[in-house]
Design a protein around this ligand. Structure first.
Ligand SMILES: Cc1cc2nc3c(=O)[nH]c(=O)nc-3n(C[C@H](O)[C@H](O)[C@H](O)COP(=O)(O)OP(=O)(O)OC[C@H]3O[C@@H](n4cnc5c(N)ncnc54)[C@H](O)[C@@H]3O)c2cc1C
Length: 428
């Protein structure tokens, strides 16, 4: 039987990486697709702002070369260029700068570890690199405590966990998910992207437009429409209109999804992963030898992204500093002071070279940390987890695969596939 409404579109709420990706997959199967984005422009947290020739991502952004996101982008033919971060960094411990141990040889030579610590860490690094099977309900804090009795090694593992996942709640986070992410960065590293992540947004937008996706900005999906059987049949929009649909995909935060479907239908999700960020553009780098730093004393990160990727004019430097925020309250004023002190320490005299700086005290890196208590990645809510026929979700807090943007892209692909399969069954 041919359904009468097969030409109705799939509605995608949200024009970030997840929404753009799902829309492209769907349109390439021949389905009509409309993306509604509440903001004035597409891209969500992957947007890049250009100022005076500097490309500001929303805080530090690195694409995992061996992640699910890179696979999805390759499958969709979305091209990008970038470079791996230069291996010239320091680990700050007990207020001293130590050469950052990137390689087994660095582990042997760095002043960060004593000889017994070097031996312990080298063995652990080999185990982490080969992949470990862990109970996903084991917390990262418990794993670290069991991994070594050396405090320096423990503190370094915690810092590696923070930089790989941005999460600063080791008691709550699943060790298996963190170690998988660390293994990914050890095995294939990351890329800083030329021109920033806007290139991904623009590439997906262009390909979507070519495939026939309709993009509507400044219009928010405010509520779901359902038929008598509970099936999603469309959405109410903030401009007062109703859009009927064959399926609806929501890609906002858990809060945003809850507002659309009814907060009482939304299961509790783990707390978000957040950072305070200081983004700095300089005419010239005062100390070109200090390109990366990770503090073990404080949950702090520093990296000159323009040392790898094209993000600044000739001689200029684009630096991202971040404080990995613990779950709960934070003190923005104190966080900004900490980040400025780190910048003073690594690039003294930076003020004289300043072009632009911005401090963003509470950025959501991921909408939910990967909780040990929920069973880690396999326990995360899935794309069809609300149990409403025709209603799917995607984002960095959805599905069993990957963290950060990898999760957004992987869940978008998964949701698009489910919609396509169900639409075909329906169309028969
Ligand atoms: C500081 C920082 C650093 C990061 N670093 C990395 C990194 O190094 N590596 C990595 O892989 N990832 C990183 N991320 C994470 C990455 O940016 C995100 O996971 C990814 O961009 C999320 O894409 P998304 O589409 O799932 O969500 P979003 O980008 O949040 O997009 C969702 C969109 O939906 C819109 N929306 C929401 N609700 C509605 C509605 N009801 N109707 C219409 N529109 C709606 C929003 O306006 C938004 O544009 C970082 C993020 C931050 C903030």
């Amino acid at each position: 039987m041919q359904p009468t409404n097969i030409q109705l579109p799939v509605v995608v709420a949200g024009g970030g990486l997840a929404g753009l990706t799902a829309a492209l997959y769907l349109a390439r199967t021949g389905q009509p697709v409309i993306v509604y984005e509440q903001a004035a422009s597409l891209g969500g947290r992957a947007r890049t702002q250009e100022k005076a020739g500097f490309h500001f991502n929303l805080g530090p952004h690195a694409l995992y070369r061996a992640g699910a996101g890179a696979q999805v982008l390759a499958e969709l033919g979305i091209a990008y260029t970038g470079q791996q971060p230069p291996k010239a960094g320091v680990a700050i411990y007990d207020d001293a700068n130590h050469p950052f141990p990137y390689t087994p040889l660095d582990v042997l030579t760095t002043s960060l570890f004593s000889w017994p610590e070097k031996a312990t860490f080298a063995l652990l690094a080999a185990r982490m690199g080969s992949g470990m099977r862990l109970d996903p309900t084991l917390s990262f804090a418990d794993w670290v405590a069991s991994a070594s009795s050396h405090q320096t090694v423990r503190d370094f593992l915690l810092a590696l966990g923070r930089v790989a996942t941005y999460a600063n709640d080791p008691q709550a986070t699943s060790a298996a998910a963190v170690l998988e992410q660390i293994r990914r960065s050890l095995s294939a590293n990351v890329l800083y992207l030329d021109g920033g992540w806007q290139g991904l947004v623009d590439g997906l937008h262009r390909a979507g437009t070519e495939a026939g996706v309709r993009f509507v900005t400044r219009n928010r999906v405010v509520a779901l429409r359902q038929d008598a059987f509970g099936r999603a049949t469309g959405v109410h929009l903030s401009n007062g209109q109703v859009q009927e649909a064959t399926a609806v995909l929501l890609t906002g935060s858990p809060q945003s999804v809850g507002e659309v479907v009814g907060l009482e239908r939304m299961p509790a999700t783990p707390p978000p992963v957040r950072v305070a960020v200081l983004d700095v553009a300089l005419r010239r780098l005062p100390d070109p030898t200090k390109l990366f730093a990770l503090s073990l004393d404080q949950p702090l990160y520093f990296s000159v992204h323009s040392a790898a990727a094209q993000l600044a004019p000739a001689d200029g430097a684009l630096i991202h500093l971040a404080k990995y925020l613990p779950t709960g309250e934070s003190d923005s004023e104190a966080d900004e002071k900490l980040l400025l002190a780190l910048l003073d320490r690594l690039q003294p005299g930076w003020q004289a070279e300043l072009v632009e700086r911005r401090f963003l005290p509470h950025l959501t890196v991921s909408n939910a940390l990967v909780a040990a208590a929920d069973g880690g990645l396999p326990g995360r809510i899935d794309v069809d987890g609300l149990g409403i026929p025709g209603l799917l979700m995607a984002g960095d807090w959805v599905g069993p695969q990957g963290m950060l943007a990898d999760a957004s892209l992987a869940s978008a692909a998964r949701a698009a596939q489910q919609i396509t399969e169900k639409t075909h069954i329906y169309a028969r």
